[in-house]
Design a protein around this ligand. Structure first.
Ligand SMILES: [Zn+2]
Ligand SMILES: [Zn+2]
Length: 341
């Protein structure tokens, strides 16, 4: 145990999408089997910009993409020491149940119920015993800002795997926000040909500058016909319209990855006859498991994905609420990393 821990800390709590407050909380003390981590960098997730999704969870301490250093150990913790630099996952599976045995980690009851305390955007984070199974030691050279991208990059690794993206794939990414751009970069790194679609011209330019082969606006039907159809379409936005656009752009026998849910209770009308005769595979890809976290950390360690590609805002805790508002406004704001110097 460390003797120098403060009693109080600050954390960013979201009450509603336009009401975020910095609150003082007690610094949790690790019990047997638990770790305490001092947060050094923590990303704001694009998923937490979906009003209906984040309101379902509110009030909550925002954030689930933290990296930091171990400052205290509960009794009996093995494999970690004070001073270790780590990336944390908000959820970790049991590795033993039927879901875990077939690699469907996000459906493991332990994965669903595990959580970091109090959340990712807090000065200190308690890592419960269950979460240690997906707490990753960082390569020595990897900075904390890059390490904080492990979880979002893991979601991309899972999505590309489920979509079957390989070096011969022709891929279309719909939506070129931070997660869309990470898909573009990672699919290109696999050798795929990658195009992108977004209404926002600045985001399209960003995709081109990074490595996209071609980009266009969703209302440019001629460009879509010229470049398509695609073996794999990654649909970023969670709307029936975006899902249908993804299916339309997909080649017969191809795969559409649904990366974001539509709002709860919203029904999506699909042309079942066309879907059937064209043999389009629809693949939802929700969050990421420990296997994806390890792959993501490797990509970050090798510099395949970097903060420079998608991070447009770096703030301290005091600037985090404004940065969240800028992300919600979209446009030229992509990813925010909250840094804890
Ligand atoms: Zn996230
Ligand atoms: Zn399990």
């Amino acid at each position: 145990m460390s003797a120098t821990l403060p009693a109080r800390m600050r954390a960013l709590r979201l009450y509603d999408v336009d009401r975020l407050e910095i609150e003082e909380l007690e610094v949790p003390r690790p019990r047997a089997g638990e770790l305490l981590v001092r947060t050094r960098a923590s990303g704001i997730c694009s998923g937490d910009l979906m009003d209906w999704y984040v309101r379902r969870k509110a009030p909550l301490v925002l954030g689930h993409e933290p990296a930091g250093e171990v400052v205290a150990l509960g009794e009996g913790v093995e494999g970690f020491q004070i001073g270790d630099r780590v990336a944390l996952h908000h959820h970790a599976p049991c590795f033993a149940c039927a879901y875990c045995r077939r690699g469907a980690y996000v459906h493991c009851p332990a994965w669903r119920s595990s959580r970091l305390v109090p959340g990712g955007i807090a000065e200190y984070i308690l890592v419960p015993r269950e979460n240690l199974g997906d707490t990753l030691l960082l390569p020595a050279a990897l900075p904390f800002d890059a390490a904080s991208m492990t979880e979002p990059v893991a979601c991309v690794a899972k999505s590309l795997r489920r979509g079957g993206v390989g070096e011969a794939s022709r891929v279309l990414v719909i939506g070129l926000g931070a997660m869309g751009l990470l898909h573009v970069v990672a699919a290109k790194a696999r050798g795929a040909e990658v195009c992108g679609v977004d209404f926002n011209a600045w985001r399209r330019e960003r995709a081109l500058a990074l490595c996209a082969d071609a980009v266009w606006s969703p209302d440019d039907g001629a460009a879509a016909r010229e470049h398509g159809p695609f073996d794999v379409v990654i649909v970023g936005p969670g709307s029936p319209q975006a899902w249908r656009a993804g299916i339309d752009a997909c080649a017969s026998g191809g795969t559409v990855v649904l990366f974001t849910p539509t709002p709860e209770g919203v029904e999506t009308a699909l042309d079942g006859c066309s879907l059937y005769l064209r043999e389009i595979t629809l693949v939802p890809s929700y969050s990421a498991g420990p296997n994806d976290m390890r792959e993501a950390l490797q990509w970050l360690g090798r510099g395949i994905v970097t903060p420079a590609q998608v991070v447009t805002d770096r703030v301290t805790l005091d600037g985090a609420a404004q940065a969240y508002a800028r992300m919600r406004a979209g446009g030229a704001a992509l990813k925010t990393i909250v840094e804890f110097p």
